[in-house]
Design a protein around this ligand. Sequence first.
Ligand code: WTA
Length: 667
Amino acid sequence: MADQPDDHSTAPGGLENLLVEERRFPPDPAFAAQANAQPEMYERADADRLGFWADQARSLLSWSTEFTEVLDFSQAPRARWFADGRLNAAYNAVDRHVEAGHGDRVAIHWEGEQGEVRTLTYADLQREVAKAANTLGDLGVTTGDRVAIYLPMIPEAVIAMLACARIGAPHSVVFGGFSAEALYSRIVDAEARLVITADGGYRRGSASALKPAVDEALTKGETPVEHVLVVRRTGQEVGWTPGRDVWWHESVDAASAEHEPVPVEAEHPLFILYTSGTTGRPKGILHTTGGYLAQAAFTHLNVFDLKPETDVYWCTADVGWVTGHTYVAYGPLLNGATQVMYEGTPDTPHRGRWWEIIEKYGVTILYTAPTAIRTCMKWGEEHPAKYDLSSLRVLGSVGEPINPEAWMWYRRVIGGDRAPVVDTWWQTETGAIMISPLPGVTAAKPGSAQTPLPGIAADVVDEAGEPVPDGAGGYLVLAEPWPAMLRGIWGDEQRFRDTYWSRFPGKYFAGDGAKKDDDGDIWLLGRVDDVMNVSGHRLSTTEIESALVSHPSVAEAAVVGASDDTTGQAVVAFVILRGEAAEKAAAEGGDTAATVAELRAHVAREIGPIAKPRSILVVAELPKTRSGKIMRRLLRDVAENRTVGDVTTLADSSVMNLISAGLHTPK
Ligand code: WTA
């Protein structure tokens, strides 16, 4: 059974390093006493799952027409939640807070990379969103039309999304780092009528060009785009197509601040967000309004223990990714939170930039990605040590498995050994957090996402789709529909069914390998496409990476399975060194043989001889997508001596040249 992730606990060599993690962090009683999440939520949801979600949808959202029906799954796998209700997403995120007397509360503390500051209260946001919605109307956009948004991390990104939602025009946000080609294909696939962009944006001190990419995209072929609405951010010279192009500051600023939000059906499309599949063209993941908003609000409130009056929340994700949709644009605003939005990179102009921002705004809740945490580990504790981080009280992680080492560092160095860490598992497709500890309720285990949230039916199954017993591994599935689930792949019903629903009939297949420990807690083991088979033994890339990173000389590691004539696949590791090992390697002209030998032995010790990498390559950088995911596909190309494949989704495509060049330079 070639595809089956096996049961690592019984594998020869004892691949149990993640599961011998004995450290536990029970909730602090003082935290638990004030926590939003309560243990009874699990019982309540177990007893009546649909009733539980109906309660959340009613208590956390304002409906212009109350729903009477909770879930219709008769057309499975297409679900309809709260379908006879009507509501407006922007009204829920903004207007109702102003009506409730919170117009003066800060919604967004925006910080530019160079230290520029903008503060938007809920009243400001309401005015800006209403004006932008009027402009969209003036440009011919009506309910149901698609709008592409291609903006940097500036408040206009959130304003534009909410303006679309206000008139019921689904947005398709395209990450500002994507190429003209990628933008073009997304515009065409979604048939967008309008593109909202900026002249440029700031990243690492220089101005990137966005408008030129839009101009180029629109020359690649026929598109339905009628207008391009352009925010002036950098002031750089841009080309202009009269009649098509419109300045934001001329149109939106002059528009009326009076605008009636359009109530839409709960199942009205809210947005499309493209995400890459394992192969082929990107998939337009479709999310609708009522269910998505209900789960966004519920998870944001309970997983982060948000107290809207006192917390300052900061999610470092770009709005171009799903995390930026659910936990920058929608979740926090639905809950009336005050949040920080930061334009730039963590090391501009210095490596303490994030910690400086946390001190400045008194950030209490931080939500970021393991790759960022490991990068900060690599830079050293001295950077966060310069700032007062004592305001932090909840720390979140998302996007990839977090190795126990990074988890512990996050908790100790950033959280002062005090703030609970929540490792949140979810996907673009799930729309909102699905598996996570609840702060104040769950005794946390470093490296584990642990428990499906109340009302979420996640499980780990074997090849036949049967739940595995505690202590065993398999595939992560979702056995029941959930409110924020994707409603399809835009324009490709068949791909939707094939990708997610065909492997295990009746269950959603997430594409992740996972394991239940002896307590039944879930540990994510990475994508199943990243699982290796070495001499008939299944090895998880994550487990070996985790072992490597637990060595003091390693800052970051990526592991791939390279095809091997003898063993089927062989483990090939790419590591970035830190501290003395890095200095030594540099001083000795790149001779890393001793370190490599030591690391191979270390992995053998940590996991077992079977996991010992065939080769370990010391590199200066790892190829990452702009959302921070390591592109193992490219590393596999290098490991297998192939021409390196498509690098267009890399944050920095020159990284691959560096890695390939390093390999062929005799040491
Ligand atoms: C991975 C990001 C382990 C997983 C919200 C999933 C994680 C993919 C975690 C979705 C986590 C996300 N632990 N793995 N806490 N969170 N993943 O669509 O492989 O960009 O399938 O959504 O990221 O990535 P996406």
